[in-house]
Ligand binder design. Structure first.
Ligand code: ADP
Length: 552
């Protein structure tokens, strides 16, 4: 059907084009006739157009045919031509062109008519004509055979596709399916029969390998990223528009439950939820410091809207420790001021009073001034020690024979031993056979000196005694320093390691104490990786035991 429609359309188009072409030809013929016949009368046309192919008729203005190039003496020739359409057109001042069936020949002819005036001032109508039917037939035949040719070609190709190519394709796909489903070992059996399978298999393997490599790379990157995320002590999470976590780490589980993916379900505190909600609603970046009173912690929370992916990046940092450290520093400075002020005020007061004091009092005043100067000195030494410890926790490892350690300590404690008439005993036999201690010896000495000194200071016994024991156990040095002093009330024992803490100033004659000694001792032991404990009974004595691990 389509082909037939094509033939009709095609031949109509071609015949239209052909009619135009024919009109042009006839016009050119008429023009030629006019030139040739310009200076001749029609009675002389015989010779002129004898050997010429142009077929034309000369008609006078009454419609009579006065000359016909084919010289027909038939009915057609004799007829008056006034009523012919092409002739009528010329009287309207136009050239006429018509195609119609010739009465004489019975076939379609094309006619072209135009007015013409010769040199003798005679006016005629020149009408050229040509046979039209043959050419039209030829065009239709050509068009038909063209369509026929392509239709046959079309059918042949379809036949070929259906009966050969399609079947072959199905066949190959089937073979490929069986090949892919076959086990690894039997696969090679296919290569002999179907060589194309082997190249297909190579391409597939290569492609698969590349995919696996890419997957592995992606997997590694993902692992690294989650490792980095999980190793920071800041909560990091990426939220989508609906408030679901796309990814997050598991830090700060005391404020965010890691088991839920919905932010509003996992965050445990309304203060944080409010901030996140606000950012989700407004798409605004928010950064805020908050205090959660129920757990007494400070946090910095930041919610950033990432426009291009329409997600939110949440980070939460617990800054409680930093805040407390700042607080401690502040208190420390104000305590330092206070501690220095007391002895200085005393010194100043007694110095003024000294000049007016009666001579029996002067010695007492001088003693008080000396005590306060000692206290100032102690405070300054302790401060220097603290600032040294806090500015660096680098260990300076060396070794010392335990006997040498004992002698050094005796030497530096000589004054107090003599003043107090005290006895210091070392039990060091159970230490290793070499009797060597390897550690940051300067720090160990400072710790021991402080503890032994306290054992004599806070002691009102007639025979003050301090015993030092050192032994090794489970890769640790264990120290025990016991005294027969005044002891520490049980309820105060957990406070004595705090800065500036002193149990009861009235209990002893040690006016020069600062309350910093045990704080320094504890900090040094912790720097060395160890721990300290105290057991004490009032009026019986105190035991400080601590250990420090071997240095690796
Ligand atoms: P300071 O000795 O300068 O007062 P310390 O930090 O060394 O400061 O000691 C804190 C407090 O603990 C002391 O004021 C004292 O009351 C108590 N204390 C420390 N050692 C002993 C001890 N061996 N026996 C009894 N009380 C002690």
């Amino acid at each position: 059907m389509l082909e037939i429609l094509f033939i009709i359309l095609n031949s109509n188009l071609l015949s239209g084009l052909y009619a135009d072409r024919e009109k042009q030809n006839l016009k050119e013929d008429a023009f030629l006739v006019k030139i040739i016949a310009q200076n001749k009368k029609h009675e002389d046309y015989g010779e002129l157009f004898e050997n010429n192919d142009i077929r034309f008729t000369l008609i006078d203005l009454e419609g009579n045919v006065v000359y016909d190039s084919k010289n027909n003496k038939n009915e057609e020739f004799m007829d008056n031509h006034m009523e012919r359409e092409e002739v009528k057109e010329t009287f309207l001042g136009k050239d006429g062109f018509y195609i119609r069936k010739s009465k004489t020949l019975g076939v379609p002819l094309a006619y072209y008519a135009t007015k013409f005036k010769n040199d003798f001032n005679e006016e005629y109508i020149v009408r050229t004509s040509s046979e039209y039917s043959n050419k039209l037939k030829q065009i239709r035949q050509f068009s038909f055979s063209l369509v026929l040719f392509f239709s046959i070609l079309n059918y042949i190709m379809y036949f070929f596709y259906k009966n050969y190519l399609k079947r072959d394709l199905y066949n190959k796909i089937n073979r490929m399916k069986i090949f892919l489903e076959a086990g690894e070992k039997t696969k090679s059996g296919y290569f002999g029969n179907d060589p194309w399978i082997s190249s297909f298999w190579e391409i597939l393997k290569e492609w698969q390998k590349r995919n696996l490599d890419n997957l592995e790379k992606l997997d590694n990157e993902k692992k690294i990223l989650s490792l980095v995320l999980s190793s920071v002590d800041v909560f990091i999470g990426l939220l989508d528009k609906k408030g679901r976590f796309i990814t997050k780490n598991n830090s700060l589980t005391y404020i965010i439950d890691p088991s839920s993916d919905k932010v509003l379900e996992s965050v445990k505190f309304i203060e944080i939820i409010d901030i996140i909600k606000k950012s989700l609603e407004t798409n605004k970046n928010i950064e805020k410091e908050i205090y959660i009173s129920s757990i007494q912690n400070y946090f910095i929370i930041s919610v950033k809207y990432i426009e291009n992916i329409d997600n939110y990046l949440i980070t939460i940092k617990d800054i409680t420790q930093t805040k407390r450290n700042i607080e401690i520093q502040k208190n420390f400075i104000s305590n330092v001021g206070h501690e220095l002020k007391t002895p200085l005020t005393n010194i100043k007061g007694y110095l003024i009073a000294l000049s007016d004091a009666p001579s029996n009092m002067q010695e007492k005043f001088l003693k008080t001034i000396e005590n306060n100067v000692d206290k100032l000195e102690n405070i300054i030494i302790d401060f220097l020690n603290i600032s040294k410890i806090e500015s660096s926790d680098i260990l300076n490892i060396s070794s010392i024979g335990v006997k040498k350690l004992e002698n050094s300590l005796r030497e530096s404690l000589d004054m107090i031993l003599r003043n107090k008439n005290g006895s210091l005993e070392f039990k060091i036999d159970s230490l290793n056979s070499n009797g060597i201690i390897e550690s940051d010896i300067e720090k160990v000495m400072l710790i021991m000196k402080n503890l032994i000194e306290n054992g004599f200071i806070y002691n009102v016994s007639e025979n003050p005694k301090v015993i030092v024991e050192i032994e090794e156990e489970n890769s640790k040095y264990k120290f025990k320093i016991s005294d027969n002093g005044i002891g520490i009330p049980e309820e105060k024992q957990n406070k004595i390691f705090e800065r500036f803490y002193r149990v009861d100033k009235a209990r002893t004659s040690n006016v020069a104490g600062t309350g910093l000694g045990l704080f320094i001792v504890k900090t040094l032991i912790e720097n060395l990786g160890g721990e300290i404990n105290v057991t004490s009974h009032e009026e019986k004595g105190t035991i400080f035991s601590f250990y420090i691990p071997f240095i690796k």
